[in-house]
Write a protein that binds this ligand. Structure first.
Ligand SMILES: Nc1ncnc2c1ncn2[C@@H]1O[C@H](COP(=O)(O)OP(=O)(O)O)[C@@H](O)[C@H]1O
Ligand SMILES: [Mg+2]
Length: 225
């Protein structure tokens, strides 16, 4: 049987320069729908820069980016913010939950902004899936780093995005919590079919991913296992 894989994210000849100095040099990446991939590299190699461009939060100096077949590099502001709100969920190293809202309120917020029709059912489903029912009424300062990242994953998934992008989501966690959070990404990938892209400079993270891209000196090299 032949399995046809469709592409969710694709770049062609992507460059990023700061003050004339190239950080990303000719990045050509293809990420299949429903896949889970790692972008690794030492600190300062351009992981955040690349992820921000893939997540439409930053623009490249030149080159092309397609998300689900649509060329992002040609989109105006309105279409871009719509794409970010509905199609892409972003998770940061520090969870970035809003401090004076509870876990539950943090997850509801993006659904309110997007006028999600089944917000409450979706909230319950996410709290269950990521095992954070018990902490739903707590503020971010009162929960652990691993719980906060699971809440951040739930929030990122609130509007049913196709893509989940996470920038060093385990960097401030101990090994146990990092494992739990990586398991949560796997779950998002398996039960929601999200295309997951994670960056990391920790070598232990490698074992969780079968598709890995390494950035070094602005170039990407890829490996599969
Ligand atoms: N806004 C910016 N202005 C100038 N240089 C930047 C900017 N953002 C990042 N850089 C530089 O680009 C390089 C890559 O940064 P970054 O993408 O944050 O790397 P990583 O996430 O792999 O640690 C670094 O040398 C950094 O100093
Ligand atoms: Mg970074």
């Amino acid at each position: 049987m032949v399995t046809l894989t469709e592409t969710m994210i694709r770049t062609e000849g992507l460059w990023k320069e700061y003050d004339g100095k190239p950080i990303l040099r000719d990045i050509n990446i293809e990420i299949a729908k429903g896949s889970m991939v790692l972008i690794e590299g030492r600190s300062g190699t351009g992981k955040t820069t690349l992820l921000n461009i893939l997540g439409c939060m930053d623009t490249s100096t030149r080159g092309h980016l397609w998300i689900d077949g649509k060329e992002v590099t040609k989109m105006g502001h309105k279409r871009l913010s719509k794409l970010r709100l509905h199609n892409i969920g972003f998770i940061f190293q520090e969870h970035n939950l809003i401090g004076n809202l509870t876990v539950e309120e943090n997850i509801i917020l993006p659904m309110k902004i997007a006028k999600h029709q089944k917000g409450h059912a979706r909230l319950e489903e996410l709290l269950e899936a990521f095992d954070i029912v018990d902490i739903r009424d707590k503020k971010p300062a009162k929960i652990s780093g691993g719980e906060a990242q699971r809440a951040a994953i739930s929030r990122a998934l609130a509007n049913e995005p196709d893509i989940l992008l996470a920038d060093e989501p385990t960097a401030s966690l101990d090994l146990d919590n990092a494992g739990v959070v990586l398991g949560a990404f796997k779950k998002a990938n398996e039960i929601y079919g999200s295309t997951v892209v994670v960056t990391s400079h920790d070598s232990f993270v490698k074992s969780y991913f079968s598709i890995r891209h390494t950035i070094s000196e602005g170039k990407l090299s890829s490996e599969w296992s």
